[in-house]
Design a protein around this ligand. Sequence first.
Ligand SMILES: *[C@@H]1O[C@H](CO)[C@@H](O)[C@H](O)[C@H]1NC(C)=O
Ligand SMILES: *[C@@H]1O[C@H](CO)[C@@H](O)[C@H](O)[C@H]1NC(C)=O
Ligand SMILES: *[C@@H]1O[C@H](CO)[C@@H](O)[C@H](O)[C@H]1NC(C)=O
Ligand SMILES: *[C@@H]1O[C@H](CO)[C@@H](O)[C@H](O)[C@H]1NC(C)=O
Length: 581
Amino acid sequence: MAATAPLFWVALLLLGTAAVRASHVVYPELQSLEAEQVDETSRTGYHFQPPKHWINGPMYYKGLYHLFYQYNPKGAVWGNIVWAHSVSTDLIDWTALDPAVYPSKPFDVNGCWSGSATVLPSGVPALMYTGIDPNKHQVQNVAYPKNLSDPFLREWVKPGYNPVIAPDGGVNASAFRDPTTAWYGPDGHWRLLVGSKVDHKGLAVLYRSRDFKRWVRAHHPFHSGLTGMWECPDFFPVAVAGAGRRHHRRGVDTAELRDKAVAEEVKYVLKVSLDLTRYEYYTVGTYDHATDRYNPDAGFQDNDYGIRYDYGDFYASKSFYDPVKRRRILWGWANESDTVPDDRKKGWAGIQAIPRKLWLSPGGRQLIQWPVEEIKALRAKHVSVADKVVKGGEYFEVTGFKSVQSDVEAAFEIKDLSKAEEFNPAWLTDPQALCKKRGSADNGEVGPFGLWVLADADLTERTAVFFRVFRTNTSKHVVLMCNDPTRSSFESQVYRPTFAGFVNVDISKTKKIALRTLIDHSVVESFGAGGRTCILTRVYPKKAIGDAAHLFVFNHGEAEIKVTNLDAWELKTPKMNVPQQ
Ligand SMILES: *[C@@H]1O[C@H](CO)[C@@H](O)[C@H](O)[C@H]1NC(C)=O
Ligand SMILES: *[C@@H]1O[C@H](CO)[C@@H](O)[C@H](O)[C@H]1NC(C)=O
Ligand SMILES: *[C@@H]1O[C@H](CO)[C@@H](O)[C@H](O)[C@H]1NC(C)=O
Ligand SMILES: *[C@@H]1O[C@H](CO)[C@@H](O)[C@H](O)[C@H]1NC(C)=O
């Protein structure tokens, strides 16, 4: 264990200074480490940067957003994992605090893995997390704030009655982790889910409790699927458009489920992270409180081909309810795509995606995601383009601003959809394969058109974010959204897969499609059609860096397109994880 993963040692020095100075310093040996040179080229500016790994339960408590994340101060990938802790008043500027939960008791001596926060009806937040015990068994523990008057909730106490959930009754103790936020049913019992598996079957195991202390496993799993181990399950209610007076974009707190009327009026989302493929998928469905059964709605695929939050590099996400703006916020993690030696040289590894507001589409067919509005506060210099026609084979540069750290919103109008190429229904199961075959350099009829981001002046390096429109044999249209990083740089070791998803829009009606892309040095995070399809990619240009990073609009389809509007802003750098003084 001692010799592994040096990347996180270095990252600690950069981001986790507070941990080194901590009053409960548990890793004094870190103080003597010297930082390697930190390469600022591809370091992100406004994306939250944890040194490593999965999101734990983010939450809001008395004026502050708390982000807990997985972090390894000892440098070993799977040893001694702690809950690092940062706070923010606006989800933009972040202050790093000391780790909140770290191995200190037999029930978590080998690591404090992922989990969730639940704010109890008394207003007291509880952290439920997976501890690794002396037998390397995964057990579920609870922790409470030591001092509720401390708005930073710096210290957490683990009651002696932990673990509260042990892997009894045939549960695989090596595959039993990541408890969800608990919800309280109209029958007065708490419930939560724990990710698990039996053979190839992924499970969300349901537990119930009256007092948050003694938990009893339900006889049947809450839900399961033949997709291997389920990690980081997330289960939450979403408002339905048109039901009651509730605005459908407004979030619903799991705490509101105590109210029977609310519980009956909402839909439910179950998301799982697939350990085997490292993808996440979700279903939307109904949940019967009486029988504790969850049923995905017809049309949601409960397998590897299910609908995804993000078709790029996005894993182990968590959502939480924000009572200030009454919204649900989704947060995912994206790892690096280059090599471990490169991570060492860079001095950091892994970022969080931009927090995204999440709601159910009016038709209930999918969730919509949009960067939290707070990010607009970072917008600085602005440029715009309006009603610019781009003929087949043409492109133009968006000039007058620095795009390396920017926010770009564009809308494309397609004059004539009649030329769209025929769609083969066999492609439906694998948009990524389709996009790989029909990449951005492959000329088409309607598309590829979109943006070249992080491009150098002569376009040798570039990452394409684009659309292609196809026509089915029943004259319906299929829109494919792609991210093609194959020319983002030419370093042979960088992982550069093409990512893609279909976009659920009726383009024949509007003849228009929108794209928003957040560019942050080594992150390209895109939202198609107002957040219906999202793709996050990591790229590491060598030439298209700093002021040498350019932004272009291109059209490699025969059909002419019009950029009806394009607005682009440079984004300022927030206070990113500065240790508390
Ligand atoms: C609890 O936190 C408050 C606010 O930070 C502080 O004034 C108080 O001294 C703390 N109490 C204890 C027992 O540490
Ligand atoms: C339990 O899970 C571990 C880790 O995935 C796996 O290696 C092992 O085979 C599982 N044991 C059983 C009995 O299924
Ligand atoms: C992290 O990135 C690598 C590519 O560098 C990929 O193969 C791996 O699956 C990713 N890990 C996770 C957990 O997504
Ligand atoms: C369209 O294609 C599907 C799948 O290939 C086929 O089943 C269907 O019969 C076709 N419909 C028409 C109108 O040609």
